[in-house]
Design a protein around this ligand. Structure first.
Ligand code: ADP
Ligand code: MG
Length: 397
């Protein structure tokens, strides 16, 4: 295949490794500086210029878009997508993962364990927010921080309030998050490629630092993830729309808690810790997908007027309960079931002999009018069982 690696750092470890992994496998590969593209929209066909010249044809693009250029970088990736060039990480996925609030919002409805998180703006809401996530000490995070910068541990309410006010006064938006103290100074980084974890490591912070980022001096060691952590890492990447991702998780008493999903994970630490050829796994995955790319169904299916994708919840009193999918009447109403979600398991393309249970959630494509009638008072009002924080709600004053 002919691959473009979008990177502003051709000499960085990750870019060099990816480039040589591609060359070793007999692919053509070019490292292109993300900021030297021009996006042309005037022509009939979507197009890209690179260094003032029309870009030649590529089969795939691997974006390594730095967080300082997310807007322009994702615009370039989106343009590649319009040109039907395969990318493992879509512009949509990269944008969502860059904003810690947006990522948390998206993951939160999919039963992915995360540290209790809240987002406030008004001064009067700060103290209640800290109490809601379990009191002090509490973690404060800039929405778009990375490499540990912008992640602060506030020891008490007063300091937390002062930090939040200071940051907000300089127009920074912040998240307030429960401090998972049993995981202090340690976390897990899982490198997901496609639908599997290809490498995982534990990072341990230096000294009494609580942030375990490699860029903050953290040390690394290889780990074998238990199946639950592996499942959570893969699911999180998929929900975010990323096929190459670094998932950061805390090891809490309640199991793995996802902190963030990174769209341009660094390879140096993980390859050193695990001695695995992560770059090679990424290139092989892309090569496989180029021949059979997945498409974004939301984008394509919504084009047919009157049809769309919706989630139908099988309520306890619904006639469908206990019936086989084939006898549920859905197909007759012009509705096809794409996936069936039961608790935390997902059954893609379920057989018509599949027996439906109460609380099953069906992801359907079909006639919107028909589906509208089947989404009565809807999950919107469903109260989720909330895990209470282990720390008492007020313990500081
Ligand atoms: P960044 O994007 O800067 O890496 P993270 O959210 O991944 O931000 O946080 C950086 C590090 O801080 C994590 O790797 C972890 O060691 C520590 N950390 C972050 N959030 C928490 C938390 N809620 N509880 C305990 N430690 C945390
Ligand atoms: Mg991180």
């Amino acid at each position: 295949m002919k691959l473009a690696i979008l990177s502003r750092a051709p000499r960085s470890y990750s870019t060099r490794r990816l480039r040589s992994a591609a060359l070793d496998r007999g692919h053509q590969v070019k490292v292109l500086n993300t900021l030297r593209f021009a996006i042309d929209l005037s022509d009939v066909e979507p197009d890209l210029q690179y260094r003032g010249k029309q870009l030649t044809d590529y089969d795939a693009v691997l974006p390594r878009v730095g967080s300082s250029i997310t807007y322009f970088g994702t615009a370039v990736v989106r343009q590649f997508e319009q040109m039907d060039v395969y990318t493992p990480n879509t512009a949509y996925g990269i944008t969502n993962s860059r904003d810690k609030l947006r990522a948390t919002q998206i993951l939160s409805r999919h039963h992915i364990g995360m540290p209790a998180t809240t987002f406030v703006r008004d001064r009067a809401d700060v103290i209640p927010a800290i109490e809601r996530v379990g009191g002090a000490p509490v973690v404060i995070k800039l929405l778009e921080g990375t490499q540990g910068i912008g992640v602060i541990l506030a020891p008490d309410f007063k300091v937390a309030e002062a930090i939040i006010e200071t940051l907000q006064s300089t127009r920074h938006q912040v998240l307030v998050q429960r401090f998972v103290k049993e995981s202090k100074g340690r976390d897990i980084r899982a490198l997901v490629v496609g639908d599997r974890v290809v490498a995982a490591m534990r990072r341990t912070a230096k000294g009494d630092e609580f942030r375990s980022n490699v860029h903050r001096g953290g040390t690394v060691e290889a780990v074998t993830l238990d199946p639950e952590a592996e499942r959570v890492a893969v699911r999180s990447s998929q929900i975010m729309g990323l096929r190459v991702a670094g998932v950061d998780m805390l090891e809490s008493d309640d199991g793995p808690l996802v902190m963030e999903v990174n769209s341009s994970p660094g390879l140096e630490g993980i390859e050193a810790a695990t001695k695995l050829d992560v770059a090679g796994a990424i290139i092989d995955y892309i090569d496989n997908q180029v021949a059979f790319p997945q498409i974004d169904i939301r984008e394509r299916l919504s084009i047919s007027t009157g049809y769309g994708v919706a989630e139908i919840v099988v309520h306890g009193d619904a006639e469908m309960v206990g019936k086989q999918l084939g006898d549920s009447g859905l197909r007759e109403r012009d509705i096809s079931v794409l996936t069936l979600h039961r608790g935390t398991s997902v059954i893609p393309n379920p057989y018509s002999s599949h027996v439906l249970e109460a609380e099953d959630r069906l992801l359907c494509f079909g006639n919107l009018e028909e589906m509208r009638g089947m989404i009565p008072t809807r999950s919107r009002r469903r109260k989720r069982v909330k895990r209470l924080p282990k720390t008492p709600l007020t313990d500081d004053d």
